[in-house]
Design a protein. Sequence first.
Length: 132
Amino acid sequence: VTMSFLKWDFNLNSPAAGRVARQQALRDILAATKLLAHEVEGQGHRLVVFLHPYPIEIEQRDQLQPFRRSLVGSDIEVFDTTEDFYQRLGPLPRAEYSYLNDGHFNVVGYAVFANIIWDYLGPIVGFELVDQ
């Protein structure tokens, strides 16, 4: 819900008020993410944030910029999957990996997301994905 608010204003606010609300929402999300990272690290673990685009963003490639920029320079480890999605799905029609009527990934899109995460985490935890 928060990310949707960051992305879409739905004309409920004036452009200026919408900008202010989005900036505050970004600050709130960043603060909450930092608190979560601190809690996780206090238990001997680390927090990794995976950003994934909405299917339409694979074509547009810039919608996560405000959130991505807010995390850059913080002590939070961020893995932005937008470019990975673009490389793997960019040439395909969106209908191949998403539901066109609601904008969410279908099983193909979420399988790609899972594989992207595995490609990142597999070497860290010492496992390899074996195709069967």
